[in-house]
Design a protein around this ligand. Structure first.
Ligand code: AMP
Ligand code: MG
Length: 345
């Protein structure tokens, strides 16, 4: 299959994409979080094609994307508690809400669960595609299963060339990490952190719980609220090692590891924050962003992992605290490292 790329500036982009979606095909499209791989979310056979193209395990459910707030209510069985206040505050935007599914939602979307995840993206191109398709669009991130999520159309092409007919190119994604996933099926619980932080949610609906799997690997036999958490995730081919500590101490430890791996003949790269950058001596570093604003770390992480993966066997990366969007950054980074992490005193 030939994969075409159309700029979202091209007047043919949205109509061509919508026609493919309505015909049961796949279209990769930009959102403000990461690029999505979309199909008609009410057509089970179309949704099956998403799993095949990504190599995604079929017990990992998908998010349905809607163009208007009111469209979410036809996908749920009744009105979720807190939903109106959350939608008024955070939609359109990077917050996904989970609640009991309506019967029209195919089993392939929910992976057999009795709940469904719904989001209204802020990206104008994404909403135009959904509106022109006339159906909710089921979409996971448009990467091969297990790889870092794509934040540019080139990343999508690197993974999906020959596997899907069309990629809509809307430039780099603003946030660079996937949406916050909040379950409203019981007490409000964050299953996956994102740009909408626990602090922001608490300001609207009071304290929210955090799923235990956000910062730690699953223990044997433990059941998981969000199936996506149990898989190897966001991982480049290189081994990622994380060091969490104050800038100077983290740089010292990473420098020691660098010298050790380089001495053993490995190709090593360092992903550093601006605060620690002065402490690496003559070792070459790639800049992630600033600890002052972890959203900068989030937006750079997946792209940087893909870049460094081309030139390294080992990637040494600084970790940071979990306040604000630091939680989303650490959730993705620890998974990309397979939880190989050192916490400095
Ligand atoms: P992705 O589309 O790659 O961003 O993955 C979607 C994420 O949402 C995965 O971690 C899924 O496990 C999670 N998810 C989607 N639907 C549900 C649901 N009904 N219950 C729990 N988690 C869900
Ligand atoms: Mg994904």
């Amino acid at each position: 299959m030939k994969t075409s790329v159309l700029s979202t500036q091209d007047t043919q982009a949205v109509p061509t994409g919508a026609q493919l979606i309505r015909a049961g095909g796949l279209v990769a499209f930009p959102t403000e979080t990461v690029y999505g791989l979309g199909a008609d979310g009410l057509n089970g056979a179309a949704v099956d094609r998403i799993f095949a193209a990504k190599g995604r395990p079929n017990d990992n459910p998908l998010i349905l994307h809607v163009a208007e707030k009111q469209d979410a209510f036809s996908l749920w069985d009744g009105e979720p508690p807190y939903a109106r206040a959350l939608m008024d505050t955070f939609w359109p935007g990077p917050l996904t809400l989970i609640y009991r599914r309506a019967p029209i939602v195919p089993d392939q979307v929910t992976a057999g669960l009795d709940t469904v995840a719904v989001r209204m993206p802020d990206s104008a191109a994404a909403r135009a595609l959904i509106a022109a398709s006339g159906v909710p669009i089921a979409a996971p991130s448009a990467n091969l299963s297990g790889k870092p999520s794509p934040t540019t159309a080139q990343h999508v092409l690197d993974d999906m060339d020959g596997r899907i007919p069309l990629i809509l190119d809307g430039g780099p994604c603003r946030y660079g990490v996937e949406s916050t996933v909040l379950s409203l099926a019981g007490a409000p619980t964050i299953l996956r952190p994102g740009a909408v932080t626990p602090e922001m949610l608490a300001a609207v609906i009071g304290e929210v719980a955090l799923a235990p799997s956000i910062l730690s690997p699953l223990k044997a036999g433990e059941t998981v609220a969000s199936p996506g958490m149990k898989y190897k995730h966001y991982a480049p081919n290189a081994q990622v090692l994380v060091v969490v500590g104050e800038p100077k101490a983290a740089a010292a430890r990473i420098s020691a590891l660098y010298d050790q791996f380089a001495g053993a003949g490995k190709r090593v790269r360092i992903a550093a924050t601006a605060e620690a950058a002065p402490f690496y001596g003559s070792r070459s570093i790639a800049l992630l962003g600033t600890r002052q604003d972890p959203t900068t770390l989030c937006s750079r992480l997946f792209g940087l992992l893909r870049e460094l993966d081309r030139e390294a066997d080992v990637i040494l990366c600084e970790g940071v605290g979990t306040a604000g969007t630091g939680l989303a950054f650490m959730n993705r980074l620890l998974r990309s490292a397979g939880f190989h992490v050192e916490y400095l005193p």
